[in-house]
Write a protein of this length. Structure first.
Length: 350
């Protein structure tokens, strides 16, 4: 069945059918329900091109990445986020447009997308202090949702999905402190990003609560890579008073920490403890039949992509409604990488 046939069957215009199926507020609830039930009963699937002509929409959502963050594209965490969002786009008749631009060219890319009427909305990732992207998108009239939170904006003034990064790292540090650890290292993400700034603050707050002065020698920030974990261990375990525990911003970094400690003859959970932040860790082979590789503060990034996509499309289809946002739950998952503080800290042999 096509759009004309469905509209003839219902005795309404094709435009009314399109608007009813896409949540336009000017369509009454009774008409919307009648159209939706008829479409389902007759197996009608809207044609994207026809819908675009009827509604003036592109039925595409843009994810714009900069080349400086291109390593995200091979990161399994980013892939899971796109998978979660993509599932929702497909189920609601939208497509994902992924575009990569040079550093500092995002705002020009938004303007180009708007001029071409190429997308209906944009996902903003990697929010940071002083971020100008929301103001540009507001000026262009392009709906957007943020994966994370803008530290300089009122939380109710835009659409976002985030996790409690501050609380996650405060809780993780408290767990290590309760096990007797006092030299706790932080191997963080890039602290120009809002999420990493919040994680650092949560870590520092937990230490201060327990009378431990945060030591800059035990803090690193940057790309969340295996190399970052390797380098952090090489530098910090060689200190006169090395850490007995690590907090890492991702399991990719944690793998580097684990490898470096193993090469030095140190065992996780016995000589040195580690808690990481990450998704479900399926790419590490963790599952119900095995103990998790790492103790972790866990919140599904796939679910975040799924949830954010729903909120964003709702925003596109109901632009007069208030902004909605969501702070997702974080769970602590115990693992073999955590244990009591050793009596004497272990050092890497020079």
């Amino acid at each position: 069945m096509n759009l004309k046939q469905l509209s003839d069957l219902l005795g309404v215009s094709q435009t009314t059918v399109s608007r009813a199926l896409n949540g336009y507020p000017e369509v009454s609830e009774a008409t919307r329900k009648r159209v939706q039930e008829a479409a389902k009963a007759h197996g009608y699937t809207p044609n994207a091109r026809a819908l675009g002509l009827a509604t003036g929409r592109a039925f595409q959502v843009a994810h714009v990445l900069t080349t400086s963050a291109s390593d995200e594209m091979v990161n399994p965490i980013f892939g899971d986020f796109l998978a979660g969002a993509g599932e929702v786009y497909a189920s609601r008749g939208y497509e994902l447009l992924l575009t990569v631009v040079g550093a500092g060219e995002e705002e020009a890319a938004y303007a180009k997308l708007k001029r071409r009427s190429a997308v209906d909305a944009v996902v903003v990732q990697g929010p940071r202090r002083g971020d100008t992207r929301p103001a540009v998108l507001d000026q262009l009239g392009l709906p957007y949702a943020v994966h994370g939170r803008m530290p300089d904006m009122d939380a109710d003034s835009y659409t976002w999905v985030d996790v409690d990064n501050f609380g996650a790292f405060q809780q993780a540090a408290r767990k290590l402190l309760a096990l007797g650890h006092r030299r706790i290292a932080l191997v963080n993400g890039d602290e120009a990003m809002a999420f990493a700034e919040a994680r650092r603050d949560g870590y520092r707050t937990a230490l201060t609560e327990h009378g431990v002065t945060p030591d800059p020698a035990l803090m690193r920030s940057g790309a969340m890579t295996v190399a970052a974990g390797l380098q952090a261990v090489a530098e910090m375990q060689a200190l006169q008073d090395p850490p007995t525990a690590y907090l890492t911003a991702s399991s990719v970094t944690a793998m580097g920490v684990q490898r470096a400690l193993s090469q030095a003859g140190l065992a996780l959970g016995r000589d040195v403890s580690l808690i990481t932040f990450d998704d479900a860790l399926t790419y590490l082979g963790d599952g119900p039949a095995t103990a998790p590789s790492f103790a972790a503060m866990r919140s599904s990034v796939r679910a975040a992509g799924h949830h954010l996509a729903h909120l964003l499309i709702d925003r596109v289809e109901r632009p007069r409604q208030p902004h909605r946002n969501s702070l997702m739950v974080i769970d602590y998952i115990d693992g073999a990488s955590i244990g009591p503080a050793p009596v004497a800290p272990s050092r890497v042999n020079a």
